[in-house]
Design a protein around this ligand. Structure first.
Ligand code: HEC
Ligand code: HEC
Length: 523
């Protein structure tokens, strides 16, 4: 649950701004004893807390709805996605709505209201939203049959894996490794673009990745979207109750909890290796090096801001030898964006650009633990930008080098002159890109020189070309540290690392506090 609370700072931020920015009204406090919801009272709560997104009329067309994907639910349809009633029963249980309203829906703009509204408030608002579709008198008749839960075990997971792939049952949409690398374009019933979930990132699940929740989704499907029910007897890919438990156990096992960005991880530790550096993206030597995962946030500083990023994390490994340095960047991307490639064009949003990734270093390493600037350097503090691009139908992948003194002052340079190379490989929903460069700068006034034991500021940016990410529309990290571990081998710079941790923790505080659910004014 910690992961759920931590992630989606963007969404929480956006949702809270929308939800509270315009409303300073406080609800009258009345003690309501009744268990059942009071729709009259719910109407007041709705008008103040929900109408902004879901609309006065409950049609999902509130003033805050415009940019949101997925769009706020249209309650006049009476259709709910995360319910525990049968796939053939449109009526949800009140407890299902209660949970989504209290906890929110990660990866969407729907905030959790548990800190703001009492249980009775939530029951009241549920009673009210049901009136939009005339569901107030309806009672659900068919409940999900859980049979006997199969506990997770290596055997159950192996059976689940086979069923997941059999006839491409789940892999068809969720991809061979479950990374949601769709092979076809999916729309929900309202025509909005939807993407299958990346099953390795449980923090993006609307419900949770507890096997019981996954079992429920497989049984009911996600109404209104292409995620089907596998209990429906009409389905050719139908699964028995026992089989659904195996698949649920398998899906739960896909969680990459080691890829959750943690605020205490602020340093990329660059290890000394003897002999040749790993330079191929799939060199097994990378697996032996420590990895650090950072949070990618949408670029909101320069013009053309954007709010619908598709990537949320990037994982970094690095090594050096006597002369050079290699950095491996790894991030999930559901689409391989190659402009001009008919298959890529079919899945991409209009105006596809290349997939790209960039590393930023200051040209001169600042003294002490100072970082150059949040954005792309400034007049007095130029930065090096190393950028890799995935290529187009007519042009192979490429590397670019530039120096920047702020967003508007970017000078392109020849990467070969600095000895900079980059090579990427896409496989099953994931890019891996390796950058290499000599440790010494070929022009010291223009390029960074890498020395051991120095805390060097580093930042990253990524573009998903199929998601309309080009130019200043992209995701990025804040500044972190890059440290070439001295060759004393086993003795890490303990005290220096503690200092780095303290600095980093303070800096990440804003990202965390944006992600926390407690609204302003709460103890
Ligand atoms: C900032 C915008 C925003 C606000 C404010 C908001 N919602 Fe939502 N809500 C959404 C979005 C977006 C979705 C759709 C998520 C999806 O389809 O995955 C949603 C979905 C829902 C759902 C559907 C759950 C399901 O399983 O299908 C319910 C119920 C709901 N909201 C209730 C509320 C209530 C009650 C309030 C006020 C207390 C509220 N929302 C306020 C954005 C908002
Ligand atoms: C035809 C495409 C398709 C197939 C086949 C499919 N899914 Fe999905 N799945 C989706 C889509 C689309 C979503 C996201 C729906 C939304 O917008 O919330 C999704 C979401 C999910 C979620 C997320 C639940 C949550 O709480 O957020 C899980 C888990 C899941 N699918 C598991 C499976 C499993 C297991 C199978 C095979 C038994 C499967 N899916 C087959 C399209 C598919």
């Amino acid at each position: 649950m910690a992961a759920r609370r931590f992630i989606s700072p963007l969404w929480s931020c956006l949702a809270f701004t929308l939800a509270f920015g315009l409303s300073t009204l406080v609800l009258p406090v009345t003690t309501v004893q009744a268990e059942a919801g009071n729709a009259e009272r719910g109407k007041l709560i709705y008008a103040r807390r929900c109408a902004l997104c879901h609309g006065e009329e409950g049609d999902g067309a509130g003033p805050g709805a415009e940019r949101l994907n997925p769009p706020p639910r249209d309650f006049t349809e009476g259709q709910y996605k995360f319910k525990t009633t049968g796939f053939d029963d449109i009526v949800p249980n009140d407890a299902d709505l209660f949970r989504m309203i209290r906890d929110g829906m990660p990866g969407t703009a729907m905030p959790g209201w548990g800190d703001m509204l009492s249980d009775q408030d939530i029951r009241d608002v549920i009673a009210f939203i049901k009136t939009f579709a005339g569901l107030e008198e309806e009672k659900p008749t068919i409940q999900v049959d859980y049979g006997r839960q199969v506990p997770s075990s290596p055997e159950s997971i192996a059976k689940g894996r086979a069923l997941f792939h059999e006839g491409d049952r789940c892999a068809e949409c969720h991809g061979a490794e479950g990374r949601g690398d769709a092979i076809k374009k999916l729309k929900d019933d309202g025509g909005a673009r939807t993407w299958p979930r990346n099953l390795t990132k449980p923090w993006t699940f609307r419900a949770s990745n507890d096997p019981k929740d996954i079992f429920t989704r497989i049984t009911v499907g996600i109404p209104g979207t292409q995620m089907p029910s596998f209990a429906d007897p009409k389905s050719k890919k139908r699964l028995t109750i026992e089989e659904r438990w195996h698949v649920a156990n398998y899906v739960a096992s896909l969680a990459k909890t080691d890829k959750v960005p943690r605020p205490e991880n602020t340093v990329v530790k660059v290890m000394k290796v003897e002999g040749a550096l790993p330079t191929a993206p799939d060199d097994p030597a990378w697996e032996k090096l420590p990895s650090t995962t950072f949070l990618l946030l949408p670029q909101l500083i320069a013009k053309t801001r954007f709010f619908t990023p598709s990537n949320d994390t990037i994982t970094v490994r690095a090594a050096y030898n006597d002369t050079a340095l290699a950095i491996l960047l790894e991030w999930d991307d559901r689409t391989r964006s190659i402009p001009g490639d008919p298959k890529a064009e079919e899945i991409a949003d209009p105006g596809m650009g290349e997939d790209m990734v960039a590393i930023q270093f200051p040209v001169a390493v600042p003294k002490g633990m100072k970082k150059p600037y949040f954005g792309m350097g400034d007049g007095a503090h130029p930065v090096n930008l190393w950028q890799w691009r995935s290529g187009t139908a007519d042009k192979p992948q490429s590397v670019a080098l530039a120096n920047a003194r702020g967003f508007a002052r970017i000078e392109s340079r020849d990467p070969a002159s600095a000895g900079l190379t980059a090579r990427g490989r896409y496989d099953k929903g994931r890019w891996r890109v390796v950058f290499t460069r000599p440790l010494a700068a070929s022009s010291p006034d223009k390029d960074i020189t890498f020395q051991t034991g120095q805390f060097i500021p580093i930042a990253f940016a990524a573009w998903d070309g199929s998601n309309g990410e080009t130019g200043s529309k992209h995701t990025m990290t804040t500044w972190y540290w890059f440290l070439l571990e001295p060759d004393t081998g086993l003795r890490p710079l303990v005290s220096a690392l503690i200092v780095a941790f303290l600095f980093g923790a303070a800096e990440l505080w804003w990202a965390r506090s944006a992600g926390a659910r407690k609204p302003e004014g709460e103890a």
